[in-house]
Each structure stands twice: as structure tokens, then as C-alpha cells.
Ligand binder design. Structure first.
Ligand SMILES: [Fe+2]
Ligand SMILES: [Fe+2]
Length: 236
């Protein structure tokens, strides 16, 4: 079964290692009046992810499901989750909606505007439309304002099985991974504009899809990652 760790008050990291790649795949459940799942994981992981979700909430109580961008590890099991969560709405950004991503899913996607906030009860989820960060035109990142948790998707990706929660930023390992995956993250002036916004949020927790939940100095970690990504890509 997937591992479950609480990374902030009421926010649970559900993680599975591999088997499609030597990576950890972390999905997040925000347990609130209106529970939200961020990332579904691939369809192959669905039985494991569902079992972990069941240990936290009744899956039928899930109200929203969201993800960063259209990829199997982000939203591959969305239809499977919609089948067990009759009241769940898929939620994504306006760009994704414009690209008709809801053609893939069994229920229409609720579009959120840039900086629009979804009220889950105690938790308030701010949607950031971030085309090509981490990658893909439809990309979004989301920020939970009560716990100051930034769901940063593929930023900080590392190979191997990272600790569930850490105060070590892993920037060095993330750049090592980037070197092995040329073309993984497009890096350019658009990257800096998004990092400016992420740093201004002053997050307390960075909840990555393929990295530890980082509880150290998040602003510094974002600055360091941006700097190293720029160096790697030769962006000045
Ligand atoms: Fe991705
Ligand atoms: Fe990913």
C-alpha cells in the first residue's frame, strides 16, 4: 500500500515508489469540509492510492480533484476516482479548460482563473496559472493559504525514494535529475516570472510530486532552485 504522512495540518502525502520510473509519486489529500485530492497518480497505482485515501476519508466524500498538467502521473486515474466519488468535480485552470482537457474525463472540468481561490472549509486553495512551469501549456500550481503549503508538482524532482518530510531542500539532487532528463523542464524568462510569484507567497511547506515535502526555508529553496536551473540552462 502507498505510504501516508501528514505534512501540514490536515494535508496528507500519499506516496508510491515506481514502478514506471525510479521515482516517488506523491499525491495529496486535503482533509476538510470539502476534501480535495491533488494529483491522482497513474491508473496502475489506483488500487494503492484508493486504499490510502480510504484510510483518511470516505472516497465518496471527495468534493474536488485537481492536478498540475495533463500527464498520466498527474491525472491518469481521474476517471477511476470520479467513479468512486460521485460528487467530485475535476478542477483545473482556464488554459487547461480552453485546451479542452475535459475531453479526457467523465465529468466536465471546473475552470479556475489565475489567483482564484477555492474554499474547502478551513483550507483555501489559490490557483496559479503557470504555463510551462513546471512544464506543459496547461500547467497550474496551487497554494493552500491556511497552512502556506505550495503544491509545486515537478519542481524539485529527484530520483530515488526521498524522505517523506525533510528540512534539506534537495536542490543539488534536483539538478542532478535534470541533467539526466534533458528537456524535462523548459527554462527561460517565463520561469523567473513564475518563481517571483511563488517566492512572494512565502510558503512554509513545498509539496512536490517527486520529492520530499520540504519544511525548511522554502523561499530560499525556491531562489536556489531557480538559480541552479538558470545556470543549468545557460539563462542569464
Ligand atoms: Fe509532469
Ligand atoms: Fe510528475
Amino acid at each position: 500500500m502507498a505510504e501516508v504522512h501528514e505534512i501540514a495540518d490536515g494535508i496528507f502525502r500519499i506516496s508510491s515508489f515506481g514502478p514506471q520510473a525510479p521515482l516517488e509519486f506523491a499525491q495529496f489529500l486535503i482533509k476538510d469540509e470539502r476534501p480535495l485530492l491533488f494529483h491522482t497518480g497513474q491508473r496502475a497505482l489506483f488500487p494503492d492510492t484508493l486504499a490510502a485515501v480510504k484510510s483518511l476519508v470516505d472516497p465518496a466524500a471527495i468534493r474536488y480533484i485537481s492536478w498540475s498538467h495533463l500527464e498520466a502521473d498527474e491525472c491518469g486515474a481521474l476517471n477511476e476516482f470520479l467513479a468512486v466519488a460521485p460528487d467530485a468535480e475535476p478542477v483545473h485552470g482556464q488554459v487547461g479548460k480552453m485546451l479542452s482537457i475535459d475531453d479526457f474525463f467523465d465529468r466536465p472540468v471546473k475552470p479556475m482563473g489565475d489567483e482564484e481561490v477555492l474554499d474547502l472549509g478551513k483550507n483555501k486553495l489559490r490557483f496559479l496559472i503557470t504555463p510551462h512551469v513546471p512544464h506543459a501549456w496547461d500547467a497550474i500550481l496551487v497554494f493552500e493559504e491556511t497552512t502556506r503549503t505550495l503544491f509545486c508538482s515537478d519542481l524539485f524532482t529527484v530520483f530515488g525514494k526521498p524522505a517523506p518530510v525533510t528540512e534539506s531542500s534537495g536542490v543539488e539532487q534536483a539538478i542532478e535529475a535534470l541533467k539526466q532528463l534533458p528537456g524535462y523542464l523548459p527554462i527561460g524568462p517565463h520561469t523567473g516570472a513564475v518563481f517571483d510569484r511563488l517566492e512572494a507567497l512565502r510558503p512554509k511547506v513545498l509539496a512536490g510530486h517527486h520529492s520530499s515535502a520540504f519544511t525548511g526555508d522554502a523561499v530560499q529553496a525556491l531562489r536556489d532552485l531557480r538559480g541552479e536551473m538558470y545556470k543549468f540552462a545557460g539563462v542569464r
